[in-house]
Ligand binder design. Structure first.
Ligand code: CA
Length: 754
């Protein structure tokens, strides 16, 4: 059979024997955003504005949320309170009662794509988002829909999103529900009816790939929202809108634009001095604030978690060096005016996609004998930062996971000390963490009494190498239709094969970590790296949903697993807890994907995620003591890869197909054509899909699902070559499954054999 393949596909076989069970993968993550000129006229408040919210539902005002600790039965904001510690005082569900915890309702969200939202629960109503930025208000006791709002995101916009059609939730304030859509619009909805009160376009340049997946935050009569798109080449910023009218109150850019056009504020003038080269602003710069925005009532600050550079590689982004402010930084601005106050840059000269957008928590902690008001963050780069909120000074920066890019953070200078051994400027190198980070957006929980952070961590190496075209020509071409990282993607499979011996072993861990001492109190290994957010409770429990489909409660003292519930689908979303009529509930959304779609189906020893074993079932699950509902046990997915109609093609064609597949398709359909679950696995295309392949890729036949046309960047011949490559990969995996081949080659470069 393999002979047949070689004859028919005439590809490569330099027969490198793959060390089976050793070809694990790395992962990739991404974010997004925009860029463009700073012209606020482009935002206009919708004329059909009604002007009020509900008078009775969703009545969260400043004083109510400031005293959120006095009503632990509600979950009033993204991280529960303004401190965003995600640690609940509720304890009816505790170490003793946990064995009685059971499902009380399940709501099918009608999607098999990733769900990432944190629900808000206020006065018996739960507000959350699903795929395509759809908003739901449901009865928190039953899951029955009260209203639903669909912003009708154009399907084609999904192509601008690095990490699927996800959304992380809403804010509720003064009778209104605030939500943002994938295509960059911000909505105020009547909390009682779901009717639109106002709508505003937050995007400054709709020709760039800006998206929004994050939850808005609201405080002091303002709604704060950022965006994503750094991988595609955008300029990051955050905007504050009046919560009643939708009028823009202020905007803060996170990276400078073209200096010839003048700076928006002194902070941008300062930042521009840290960028080098002649046209760095044309790439957009990146620095998108796609996840964490936190209000601090103690200092009247808004903290912005700023993302990575565009492109990733500093040599291309800012030739000649420079810290590139405010990439990978935490920036404090005045909540009322948006005026810069201080910043702390976690990764100066970011070279690895080390966003600092991960959730930030606020706390009062005794440090070196003194009470300090601190900000806590575990960003992608693997160091856990404890930062003084008064002035932005870093007080602690211990590694919380395996880190090879830097040896340590020098607390005197506040700067990391890079490790020259993994410098990839000349030769590619494995680096930890990879672009998915040691910790991503999946929330951690802060247990102040125990002095611990419960963190979903990962150890995911990536093989970083500078793009070969750029190395050869010294010219970097930005392509608005795809990721622009400056990283070699076309030969990634080959680079990995060539460097298997030195690949660090990937894995996932739930850790109890002391941010002051750097000690790990306990660590639970999870046999897949891409797991869900975390909730800690005064009941002595840490809740987490994982990639294998288990929703678990761990003893917060020891990490012992005390309870588990098989949801048969992988999870990313963080659980929350609330109380109604004296009964405590725990809720979580199921369904995975997001930033790990590129990673696709893992190779041993990483265990296959539940979403691939069964399916990706998008559901909201709610539990309480005595709950007795069950979920249907799904069939195991048929993994059979159909026989492929292969054609004789040249090596050049196959290489071209692989290269373009990696550049345009892999981000969603998975590296080496192995899907992660939610997005169709191209190895299993039906005859009908094969027939319609060109129509789908070039004419947008499935645009409403998010599979937009690529006619702007791919020719008919290139699409044909991609099709050949996909079929050849499918055939290879089929042969392995049938026992006709020992292991797939994963690469089509090498010597042609007759
Ligand atoms: Ca990124």
């Amino acid at each position: 059979m393999f002979q047949k393949l070689k004859k028919r596909v005439r590809v490569i076989t330099n027969m490198r024997t793959l060390m089976k069970n050793k070809f694990y993968f790395l992962v990739l993550t991404l974010t997004i955003i925009i860029s463009g000129c700073n012209n606020s006229d482009q935002e206009k408040v919708s004329e059909e504005s009604i002007t009020s919210g509900s008078k009775s539902i969703g009545q969260i005002n400043d004083s109510r949320i400031l005293s959120a600790e006095s009503e632990p039965g509600n979950w009033l904001a993204y991280g529960r309170t303004y401190e965003e510690q995600r640690f609940s005082p509720l304890k009816q569900i505790n170490k003793e009662t946990i064995t009685d915890l059971g499902l009380v309702w399940s709501k099918d969200m009608g999607t098999n794509r990733a769900l990432e939202a944190t629900p808000i629960v206020v006065d018996g109503i739960m507000f959350f988002t699903s795929t395509w930025s759809r908003v739901y208000a449901v009865d928190a006791l039953t899951g029955e829909t009260i209203w639903k709002f669909d912003p009708e995101v154009p399907g084609e916009w999904a192509r601008k999103a690095c990490c699927d059609i996800v959304n992380r939730g809403v804010a509720v304030y003064n009778g209104k529900v605030f939500s943002a859509s994938l295509d960059g619009r911000l909505f105020a909805l009547n909390a009682e009816t779901g009717e639109k009160v106002w709508e505003v376009d937050t995007i400054i340049d709709r020709t760039r790939a800006y998206t929004i997946t994050g939850a808005p935050r609201v405080a002091k009569g303002k709604v704060y929202i950022g965006n994503g798109g750094a991988e595609y080449g955008v300029r990051g910023y955050v905007t504050a809108y009046n919560s009643e009218s939708g009028e823009q109150e202020w905007r803060f850019y996170t990276v400078p634009g073209n200096p010839d056009l003048g700076f928006e504020d002194p902070a941008m003038e300062m930042a521009a001095k840290t960028w080098k080269g002649t046209n760095w602003w044309e790439f957009g710069g990146g620095g998108t604030v796609w996840n964490s925005i936190v209000f601090d009532p103690d200092f009247n600050n808004i903290y912005l978690g700023v993302g990575n550079g565009s492109p990733w590689t500093r040599e291309i982004r800012s030739p000649g060096g420079g810290d590139n402010l405010f990439l990978s930084s935490i920036v404090a601005v005045d909540a009322d005016t948006g005026v810069y106050k201080w910043h702390y840059q976690t990764t100066p000269e970011d070279n690895w996609d080390y966003t600092a957008v991960q959730d930030m928590s606020l706390a009062d902690m005794e440090i070196d004998g003194e009470m300090k008001k601190v900000l806590l963050q575990a960003p992608k780069n693997g160091f856990f930062y404890v930062i003084d909120r008064e002035d932005g000074k870093v007080l602690r920066a211990h590694p919380f996971a395996a880190v090879t890019w830097a040896t340590h953070v020098d607390l005197e200078t506040g700067r990391p000390v890079e490790n020259p051994e993994v410098d990839y400027s000349d030769n590619g190198a494995w680096v930890l963490p990879g672009p998915l980070g040691a910790h991503n957006w999946q929330a951690m929980s802060i247990d102040i009494d125990a002095g611990l952070a419960y963190i979903p961590t990962q150890e995911n190496p990536f093989f970083y190498a500078i793009q070969e075209d750029y190395k050869k020509t010294g010219v970097y071409k930005r392509n608005p239709g795809r990721w622009n990282m400056g990283i070699e993607m076309s030969s990634l499979a080959q680079n990995i094969l060539n460097n298997l011996e030195s690949q660090p072993k990937p894995g996932g861990f739930l850790k109890a970590f002391d941010p002051l001492t750097g000690e790990t109190k306990w660590s639970v290994p999870i046999p897949h790296y891409w797991n869900g957010g975390v909730l800690g409770t005064a009941g002595g429990l840490v809740f987490q949903g994982d990639a294998l489909g288990m929703f678990s409660a761990y003893d917060k003292e020891t990490g012992e697993r005390l309870w588990e519930f098989n949801t048969y689908t992988s999870m990313l979303a963080p659980p929350i807890t609330f109380e109604i009529d004296g009964e405590q509930y725990v809720s979580i959304l199921t369904g995975s994907g997001g930033g790990d779609m590129f990673g696709g189906e893992p190779l041993p020893p990483i265990e296959v995620q539940a979403s691939l074993t069964y399916n990706n079932f998008g559901r909201m699950l709610t539990f309480k003591l005595g709950g007795e509902k069950t979920l249907p046990i799904p069939n195991v997915r048929d993994k059979t890869i159909p026989e492929q109609q292969l054609m004789q093609v040249s090596i050049d064609q196959m290489q071209n197909g692989e290269s373009n597949y990696n550049d345009y398709c892999a981000v969603c359909h998975g590296f080496v054509v192995k899907s992660a679950g939610g997005i169709p696995d191209l190895r299993k295309m039906t005859a009908g899909t094969h027939d319609a392949f060109n129509q789908i890729v070039l004419e947008g036949l499935l645009a409403s699902n998010g599979m937009a046309s690529f006619a702007d960047v791919l020719s008919e011949q290139e699409v044909e070559n991609i099709h050949h490559y996909v079929k050849a990969r499918a055939h290879e995996d089929r042969e392995v499954a049938l026992g006709n081949m020992e292991a797939p080659q994963f690469t089509w470069f090498g010597q042609e054999e007759e």
